[in-house]
Design a binder for this molecule. Structure first.
Ligand code: ATP
Ligand code: ZN
Length: 622
């Protein structure tokens, strides 16, 4: 049979265009490696791959393009070489870089037929979502969590975008967040479980607890004061941590000083990490055991021990006592298995998580809360990654055939007693949310904030960057022409420490915000809001367009008068969420033409309304 008469699943048209279709794979981790292999084996011959990271020992169990000798090398570069080694006739261009940097603008994205996301964090996913909308390139978004996974098709004007719907808090975390830059209690709890396994459990290279010197964010600043051996690849250190603990007979003070003092001091030498974050404070055993401010260290009733947050001195005491019990248990077994229902194991993790939380200024948690959070942590599973990557490439075929109507989202799920279906597609495409603050024709969001307290810098960092996921925002005060924030260095630094109200940003003000890197324009309605209770969030990013109206005359703040039911249905992001990955919100949009059309220049354009003030400051293109 000649090749042309071989029966084929794919249409001739698709087979013809596969070799010349330029595909971008973003992320060369668990899913990315599988996708690359599938693409190469399916005949794709024009592939580009971007990943900012280097290969870690812990990647080798599931990222099959990488081998032991590749540890420490660029994931993108090695992935390219590995694929070329079994198919040298294709073109693969690799970038060892973050996809969020300026080099990868709209014109970069426009070159691709399809973009495939294989990422592990929301910030990068949101960014690629915005770039693909701006470039009008189809995006296939994928992800896994343990045994479940998902593949989703995103095309401007046809489907929902990645940011159309609120998302539950993220459950998996990049290794460097756990090891270097925790910002939430769950990061400390994961770290505590990993430390348990390092000291008492089965060796797992995925669970290193020491500072991650390969953290791309720390590049160039790591390990200034560190001993040479500590900058070696993790394997040596991991084995020695366990051996070292055994040699020192699991002395609590020694262990404490290593993990909570020496390692933290080492992290502080990775200066780049602390440029925009509060640096951690090392804690030594003596200080912890007699920690000041711990008035009541005599919590003994079971209920109090479970429900209350332990003071640091109590954490130190539990750290030592649980180590004694676990050491004894280990003497009878080869290794211990972490179990949230095993009291000494849970005590150990609770104590460690809270000591680490204290060091990083992260809220501490009761043993009850730690038990619930620790029970839900999900490992990466190679099989799920492989299934999802297979489904991604099957979807690429449909996109190439322009069979968009059949590009429904697909879910990989665990077989249950109710269903034998492991791979389940949606029945129809999910339409865009008309209130989405990213892909609606005129994106609009309401921000409730105390304009007399929040500074411009805080507004930029906490709201524009962390909550609304912008990278290089510019903001002007609409109608007044005041340039509040500029992404160009040296232009608006004088505003940084000013309160919003000092720049004329008051209740009812409108800010026009633009991120030229994302080709994204957003109108923000400001609502002056004063937190009343101690637990009230410092700010809220609210969904309801009514909240954009100025305060009512009786002085009640917008957003503070609704019923709890209304509040629930509106979806908000508030400043107490404390992370980048909490729910997104939905906003109403004014019914006008798409403002994003024609704003694809490299430099920003703030896209003011037709009747803009003359004194609006516009910066020239370079
Ligand atoms: N902004 C970004 N630009 C480019 N690549 C990114 C960006 N953010 C994350 N990635 C890459 O996406 C990949 C995601 O893969 P994966 O989820 O398997 O994570 P991993 O770091 O390899 O493993 P794990 O987090 O489980 O240790 C990683 O290789 C990571 O470096
Ligand atoms: Zn959207």
């Amino acid at each position: 049979m000649s090749p042309s008469t071989v029966p084929c699943v794919l249409t001739e048209k698709v087979r013809e265009i596969i070799p010349t279709s330029k595909i971008l794979v973003v992320g060369a981790g668990g899913i990315g490696c599988e996708i690359l292999k599938n693409l190469a084996l399916s005949g794709f011959a024009d592939i580009e791959i971007i990943d900012l990271d280097t290969i870690d020992v812990s990647n080798l169990n599931r990222q099959f393009l990488f081998r032991k000798e590749h540890v420490g090398k660029s994931k993108a570069m090695v992935a390219r070489e590995s694929v070329l080694s079994y198919n040298p006739n294709i073109s693969i261009k690799a970038y060892h870089d973050s996809v969020t940097t300026q080099e990868y603008g709209v014109n970069f994205f426009k070159r691709f037929k399809v973009v495939l996301n294989a990422l592990d964090n929301r910030a990068a996913r949101n960014h690629v979502n915005r770039m693909c909308l701006a470039a009008d390139v189809p995006l296939i978004e994928s992800g896994t969590a343990g045994y479940v996974g998902q593949v989703e098709f995103i095309k401007k004007g046809l489907t929902q975008c990645y940011e159309c719907q609120p998302k539950p808090p993220q459950k998996t975390f990049p290794g460097c967040t756990i090891r270097n830059t925790p910002s939430e209690p769950v990061h400390c709890i994961v770290w505590g479980k990993h430390l348990f396994n390092q000291l008492f459990g089965e060796d797992d290279p995925d669970q290193d607890v020491s500072p991650d010197t390969a953290d791309p964010e720390a590049a160039g600043s790591a390990g200034l004061n560190a001993a040479a051996s500590e900058t070696e690849t993790g394997n040596v250190q991991r084995t020695s941590t366990r051996q070292w603990a055994q040699q020192s007979n699991y002395d609590a003070a020694k262990l404490f000083n290593k993990f909570f003092k020496d390692d933290i001091e080492y992290l502080l030498t990775m200066e780049n990490l602390w440029k925009t974050r509060k640096p951690p404070k090392p804690l030594n055993w003596r200080e912890a055991a007699s920690h000041e401010g711990d008035a009541d260290n005599s919590i003994d009733s079971v209920r109090a021990t479970d429900m209350q947050v332990w003071p640091i001195s109590k954490c130190a005491q539990v750290f030592a006592s649980s180590i004694d019990i676990l050491k004894e248990a280990l003497s009878k077994k080869e290794f211990l298995v972490w179990d949230k229902d095993d009291k000494p194991a849970l005590d150990f993790v609770t104590a460690c998580a809270n000591i680490r939380g204290h060091i990083f200024s992260i809220p501490q948690k009761s043993r009850f809360d730690v038990k619930s959070i620790a029970g839900n942590i999900i490992p990466a599973i190679a099989t799920t990654n492989a299934m999802v990557a297979g489904l991604v490439v099957l979807m690429v075929f449909k996109v190439l055939a322009e069979d968009y109507e059949n590009c429904n989202s697909i879910y990989v799920r665990q077989k249950s007693i109710h269903s034998n279906v492991v791979i389940a597609p949606d029945y129809h495409l999910i339409k865009a949310n008309p209130k989405c603050y990213v892909c609606s024709p005129q994106p609009y969001v309401g921000v409730s904030v105390n304009v007399d307290v929040m500074t411009v810098k805080e507004f930029e960092t906490e709201i524009l960057k962390k909550t609304l996921n912008m990278i290089a925002p510019d903001a002007i005060l609409d109608g007044k022409g005041v340039f509040v924030i500029s992404s160009e260095e040296g232009e608006t630094e004088a505003n940084n420490d000013k309160k919003l109200s000092e720049l004329g940003i008051v209740d009812g003000s409108i800010l026009k915000v633009d991120d030229f890197l994302q080709n994204y324009n957003l109108t923000i309605g400001v609502n002056h809001y004063v937190a009343k209770e101690k637990d009230d969030p410092p700010y809220k990013v609210v969904a309801d367009v009514d909240d954009l109206k100025p305060s009512v005359e009786n002085g009640q703040q917008n957003g503070s008068t609704e019923s709890s039911e209304e509040k629930h249905s509106k979806m908000e992001v508030d400043g107490n969420a404390g992370d980048d990955d909490d729910d997104l919100e939905i906003v109403d949009k004014p019914d006008e033409d798409d403002p994003q059309e024609g704003t694809s220049s490299k430099r920003r354009k703030l896209n003011p309304p037709e009747d803009e003030d003359d004194d609006l400051i516009m910066l020239d293109d370079p």
